[in-house]
Design a protein around this ligand. Structure first.
Ligand SMILES: [Zn+2]
Ligand SMILES: [Zn+2]
Ligand SMILES: [Zn+2]
Ligand SMILES: [Zn+2]
Ligand SMILES: [Zn+2]
Ligand SMILES: [Zn+2]
Ligand SMILES: [Zn+2]
Length: 381
């Protein structure tokens, strides 16, 4: 962002008082800096007075700032040179217009009319264009975000997905098919597809769980983890369904579709079931299974007056435990930092544990009716 403050460069009106005189005492010519012995001219502008010898008067250029005579080829008189700011990019004095950035740096007009950094707008003297299209200063070259799909530098808007590290440029986001699991734009070809024509990225495909048996094992592992860690149990039967579209299941059961869902806990009276996307990669399956299993636990043990986002936060809190225990550090950080209801809920529930210094406080909280002043279920939550 440039905060441009341009210095008006105006030729001040000179009051030339051509007093031709001889033999003045100790006068020094402004241009050649020699003592004036012969004819000279006295020039006055406001309270500034200079003397120029006759030969310099006939053979000089004009200061571009004040119009006083200067030696041939020079642009600024000594006084203007002292006042002119130094360009932080070419380190020469700024002649005429210059720009000031909100970082305080100053760029001369000459530098500004050369190549400038596409990210911060600073001049980039001596920098060659990357790929012939985008120009970055060394600082931005180091700091700029790069698209995780195409590698190009990101300027301005970008996209982020809750289940993937890195960010994506809007172009990749627009033109590529999205992975049905993690949501990232898939830039590689050919695009692999699962049942239901769902594209899957190569990263997710590596550990994708496609069979009922494989996913059933994940569910049992989740239950065993929760039991071992906190003695949690679910008494109801928990049939597991692998599906190609969670939103479809939600709509069929009258719930609003909510975009990118990986799993779903469904309850109809005493009928409990878990739906999960077929093909989830191991890490996302680990997170999702424990999350959905925790919904089942909450249905048996939790207090229904906790609002939806706190319930989701509790399920995420349990999922965070398994991610940490498996060493899925990136997955944990993504879960922790999500900007949606799931992230907000997780941080709320984690703060209950942190404040009490014990995870047991979380269970006590989820089992009891929210105290007055605590978040509580309202219509539409
Ligand atoms: Zn002179
Ligand atoms: Zn000047
Ligand atoms: Zn410059
Ligand atoms: Zn820059
Ligand atoms: Zn890209
Ligand atoms: Zn993926
Ligand atoms: Zn949930």
């Amino acid at each position: 962002m440039i905060l441009s403050r341009v210095r008006r460069f105006s030729l001040l009106l000179l009051f030339l008082i051509p007093i031709l005189a001889y033999g003045a005492d100790q006068l020094v010519c402004q241009v050649c800096h020699k003592s004036i012995t012969g004819k000279y001219v006295k020039l006055t502008n406001g309270n500034r007075t200079v003397y120029v010898c006759e030969s310099c008067m006939n053979n000089s250029d004009k200061c571009v700032m004040c119009g006083f005579p200067v030696a041939k080829g020079k642009k600024l008189c000594p006084s203007c040179e002292k006042k002119a700011p130094t360009c932080d990019f070419c380190h020469k004095k700024c002649i005429g217009k210059y720009s000031r950035f909100n970082t305080g740096e100053i760029a001369c007009n000459e530098c500004m009319s050369g190549p400038v950094c596409a990210r911060c707008g600073h001049p980039t003297p001596g920098v060659t264009l990357e790929d012939g299209k985008i120009n970055l200063c060394p600082k931005c070259n180091k700091e700029a975000l790069r698209c995780a799909a195409c590698g190009s530098v990101i300027i301005g808007q970008y996209a982020k997905h809750p289940y993937v590290d890195g960010v994506f440029c809007m172009n990749c986001e627009k033109i590529h098919p999205k992975c049905g699991m993690c949501g990232r734009p898939i830039a590689t070809r050919p695009v692999m597809k699962l049942a239901g024509e769902r594209p899957i990225c190569l990263e997710c495909l590596k550990t994708s769980i496609l069979t009922q048996d494989g996913m059933q094992t994940m569910l049992e592992t989740s239950a065993a983890f929760a039991f071992k860690l906190y003695g949690m149990k679910v008494d109801h039967q928990l049939p597991l369904h692998l599906v190609d579209d969670i939103d479809l299941v939600r709509k069929d059961s009258g719930m609003p579709g909510s975009g990118q869902e990986l799993g779903l806990f469904y309850r109809n009276g005493d009928d409990f079931s878990i739906y999960v996307l077929a093909g989830l990669p191991l890490e996302l399956a680990t997170e999702t299974m424990l999350h959905e299993w925790t919904h089942a636990w909450f249905a048996e043990n939790g207090h229904a007056l906790h609002p939806r986002w706190v319930q989701e936060g509790f399920c995420q809190w349990m999922a965070s435990k398994v991610l940490k225990s498996k060493g899925y550090t990136n997955g944990f950080v993504r879960l922790r930092d999500r900007t949606d209801m799931y992230g907000k809920g997780y941080r709320y529930v984690q703060s209950i544990e942190d404040d009490a210094g014990s995870p047991q406080a979380v269970f006590k909280y989820m089992k009891s009716e929210p105290a007055s002043g605590a978040p509580r279920q309202r219509d539409g939550q």
